[in-house]
Design a protein around this ligand. Structure first.
Ligand code: NAD
Length: 360
């Protein structure tokens, strides 16, 4: 098979779907890789590095498989032809129209978000690899915006208390945020509606906040709360949040708007100079006062809503994503490196978002 690596065109996107190290591995298996000129530039990877790894610089859109980070826009999709395969963050639950257009183009598309969260799929789990980047960077952003130290300091000029950090939603990003806050010397606390997360929170040295709501849903995800549960949660969090210097929110429910965890009243109750980093801005935000993509100051509290943190760490984010793409690709190849996806494999069946009824 021939795999094409595209230069991403989304605003601020600096990642690339395959890095030279992985190109070398694929080339070793008999896969040809064609890289668009400048595809790695955002991640500081020169074209030469791809050529050295065995790729050609050329038109990636004519390849059997087009490997991308973001979903293609209309112009990009127009360059694809039927029977081609596409891999990327295609947002199947949030962009049904986009998926329909890809299907109408006759393209066989694999959305990395739809890869099941099972052990065998861990190495291809792009939500996890990029979630780790987001969780880490959210803490760095919080520390940078904060008017206070994270670590406890004992100096001749006095003692500084460690920052208290509350992470709301402890999936992959949240767990990495807790671990990063701990490494920076902060005092982290984690909260989630899936009680099974409590042990993971404690395992990174954080405290567990229990509000008595169990909303574990399907496939390891949370379900949406009932109205009564939501009111109870908002009220309880309003009290809990007061004492924290930093709040990082990562709560998501697949296919739904982000749950509202932090009310305007809760923000008002925080000490001026505190910081909220809201990672759920793309689906509306976990905080009532979040302005997606913006940094605002409300009641003296700085509220940051970054929309694509992985793109701000393009080197490592690309390296990890590239590994995910490699694993998914290899699952579709036969021994002669020809594309032969076996849809009786639950991973491929779930990830492929443009199969027609007849394909099943
Ligand atoms: P996610 O991004 O969908 O959501 C982030 C967190 O928000 C979740 O922990 C969720 O429970 C929480 N949340 C949702 N609504 C909430 C609310 N109202 N209040 C508080 N918290 C709320 O989650 P994710 O990071 O994609 O992880 C989802 C699951 O997948 C986790 O159980 C994770 O451990 C699991 N996982 C499994 C594997 C694997 O085995 N291969 C790999 C990665 C992740």
């Amino acid at each position: 098979a021939v795999v094409g690596v595209v230069r991403e065109t989304n605003d601020g996107e600096r990642r690339v779907a395959l890095v030279p190290k992985v190109v070398g591995k694929l080339a070793g298996k008999g896969v040809q890789v064609v890289v668009e000129a400048g595809a790695g530039a955002g991640a500081l990877i020169p074209d030469d590095a791809y050529v050295e790894a065995g790729a050609q610089i050329g038109d990636p859109w004519s390849a059997d498989v087009v490997a991308k980070v973001a979903a293609p826009d209309a112009g990009e999709l127009a360059r694809m032809r039927p029977e081609q395969t596409l891999i990327g963050f295609l947002n199947p639950r949030g962009n049904a129209d986009g998926i329909k257009e890809i299907a109408a183009a006759g393209v066989q598309a694999f959305a990395v978000e739809a890869i099941p969260r099972i052990s065998r799929a861990q190495a291809m789990d792009a939500l996890s690899s990029q979630g780790n980047v987001s969780g880490y960077k959210a803490v760095i952003v919080a520390a940078s915006e904060s008017t206070r130290f994270f670590p406890m300091l004992t100096t001749a000029a006095g003692t500084v208390k460690p920052a208290t950090v509350l992470v709301l939603g402890v999936g992959v990003a949240g767990l990495q945020a807790l671990a990063t806050a701990k490494r920076l010397g902060g005092r982290p606390t984690g909260y989630d509606v899936r009680p099974e997360v409590a042990d993971q929170v404690r395992s990174v040295g954080a405290q567990w906040l229990d509000l008595g709501i169990d909303a574990a849903g399907e496939g390891g995800y949370a379900r949406e709360l009932t109205e009564a549960e939501r009111d109870q949660q908002q009220q309880a969090l309003e009290d809990a949040i007061k004492g924290f210097d930093v709040v990082i929110t990562t709560a998501l429910v697949p296919g739904r708007p982000a749950p509202r965890l932090v009310t305007a009243a809760a923000v008002e109750g925080m000490r001026p100079g505190s910081v909220i980093v809201d990672l759920a801005g793309e689906t509306g935000g976990n905080c009532e006062l979040t302005e997606p993509g913006q940094t605002v100051v409300k009641h003296g509290v700085t509220i940051v809503s970054p929309l694509n943190l992985p793109a701000t760490m393009p080197e490592h984010a690309s390296e990890l994503y590239s590994r995910n793409v490699q694993e998914l690709l290899e699952l579709m190849l036969d021994d002669d490196a020809r594309l032969a996806p076996d849809f009786s494999d639950e991973i491929l069946a779930a990830a492929c978002v443009t199969r027609t009824e007849e394909d099943h």
